[in-house]
Design a protein around this ligand. Structure first.
Ligand code: AR6
Length: 171
């Protein structure tokens, strides 16, 4: 049984899971938002490892160690920039969740904490992003029923949390 839930908070502030997911950009060399917070909390060795990865395509994911963060791994994924929804944004966002979770299974990661990918700087509407996030996570759990103990979203503001909680209540 995999627990799926949300929590309000800063994803870097305490141990939430074996791995946390970073909402990165294609360079994987850091940025603002949750990406900036993760690099600040992990320390400079994270950037050193990221430099060796040669970036990451939108919708894909790559994994590093977590350095000073209170978890074992960081999974870096690149969400789509919202351009109105007719440029493959939904498929790309689903890819972020799918590929992050697949990478987790390959590394024996049993718990994983996501931020709300793409809904900050990249402007993806929260309601639509939450629906895709929840649907994709549920689909992966069906495929890997024994892989995860817990999958959670650590959400930075109350409004975003309410939207994800709404998405989780729908069947
Ligand atoms: N913990 C949890 N959630 C957070 C945190 C935190 N410490 N900080 C921000 N959020 P964003 P994106 C929330 O902009 O839209 C970066 O510059 C935030 O409130 O971090 O995927 C990258 O380098 C929002 O709900 O990511 C890329 O260039 C959510 O995390 C670009 O931003 C995502 O917001 C990626 O944009």
């Amino acid at each position: 049984m995999t627990v799926i839930r949300t929590e309000l908070g800063d994803i870097t502030s305490k141990h939430y899971a074996d791995a946390i997911v970073n909402a990165a950009n294609e360079s994987l060399l850091g940025g603002g938002g949750v990406d900036g917070a993760i690099h600040r909390a992990a320390g400079p060795d994270l950037l050193t490892e990221c430099r060796k990865l040669n970036g990451c395509k939108t919708g894909q994911a790559k994994i590093t160690k977590a350095y000073r963060l209170p978890c074992d791994y960081v999974i870096h994924t690149v969400g789509p920039v919202w351009h109105g929804g007719i440029h493959g944004e939904a498929e790309l966002l689903a890819g972020c969740y799918k590929h992050s979770l697949e990478l987790a299974t390959e590394h024996g990661i049993r718990s994983i904490a996501f931020p709300s990918i793409s809904t900050g700087v990249y402007s993806y509407p929260v309601q639509q992003a939450a629906e895709i996030a929840v649907q994709t996570v549920r689909k992966v759990i069906e495929e890997y029923p024994d892989a995860f103990d817990e999958i959670l979203w650590v959400l930075f503001d109350e409004r975003t949390k309410l939207v994800y909680d709404g998405g989780l209540q729908k069947n």
